[in-house]
Design a protein around this ligand. Structure first.
Ligand SMILES: O=C(O)CCC(=O)C(=O)O
Ligand SMILES: [Fe+2]
Length: 243
């Protein structure tokens, strides 16, 4: 009689990918003040998102805090140099998968720039703005050089700490519409750099650091989701005791 050799039992489960891989996303480009993560959404997830966004009716973007008495006038003036259509939506409710992905992206970015406080559970101590869906058609732009938040700003959105721009359009779907940022050049002086990112890629940066703009779209449609993590403690609007 032959005795069957005992099958070796696998005693250890393979750890889930998040523990194996140092980063959940592949870094496409990294600079001092921004990072591009490749394929934050895959093509199937993008398709699902496009289906949802088709039902949105983006409206002309308004200046920040239009009409609010104490907001930064200088910045309001600069923001006027913007011509795009936007709509805001609650991704948490309408598209939970994308929402979770956005939170992961913020967490990942916070390992590169530890700006937002991390609590004992590993969660970030921040809140999140609704997601801005932006559409730029031919002739449209966000030409104003701007920062999304200011360290000494007076407006509620100066609580923004991390910006995630998720590209929804393929590079072949539009011309122009280049995302440009001011970065330190070899001589130490600031120079303009065009950052290219394709559909599904995410460009992330500390909101109070990176000066950026979007040049005029020449042909086609350029669509993005923009998402901000807020930390009220980082903003005078919330911390100023006189309010
Ligand atoms: O659409 C983009 O690529 C960026 C838009 C932007 O800078 C903003 O909404 O603050
Ligand atoms: Fe911006």
């Amino acid at each position: 009689m032959t005795i069957e050799p005992r099958r070796r039992l696998r005693t250890k489960m393979a750890p889930p990918p998040s523990y194996v891989r140092k980063s959940l996303f592949k870094i496409k480009e990294k600079a001092a003040d921004y990072i591009v993560l490749e394929k934050a959404l895959d093509s199937h997830e993008l398709e699902e998102l496009h289906k949802l966004l088709k039902r949105k009716r983006p409206q002309p973007a308004k200046m920040k805090n239009e009409g609010a008495g104490e907001s930064d006038d200088e910045r309001k003036a600069r923001y006027a140099d913007r011509d795009s259509s936007i709509s805001w939506f609650k991704a948490e409710v309408e598209c939970p998968l994308v929402y979770q992905r956005l939170l992961c992206l913020v967490r990942e970015a916070n390992t590169h720039w530890p700006i937002i406080k991390v609590c004992k559970t590993g969660e970030l101590e921040c809140t999140y703005e609704e997601v801005q869906y932006s559409v730029y058609g031919p002739g449209q732009h966000f030409n104003a050089w701007h920062q999304d938040a200011f360290v000494k700003g007076n407006d509620p959105e100066d609580a923004r700490q991390m910006t995630v721009v998720l590209m929804l359009s393929k590079q072949s779907e539009y011309t122009g519409g280049s995302f440009q940022a001011k970065v330190k050049g070899p001589s130490g002086k600031k120079v303009t750099r065009a950052i290219s990112f394709d559909a599904g890629d995410a460009l992330i940066f500390p909101s109070k650091r990176l000066m950026h703009r979007v040049s005029v779209v020449k042909t086609g449609l350029r669509k993005t989701l923009v998402f901000w993590a807020w930390e009220n403690a980082s903003c005078r609007f919330y911390t100023d005791s006189k309010r």
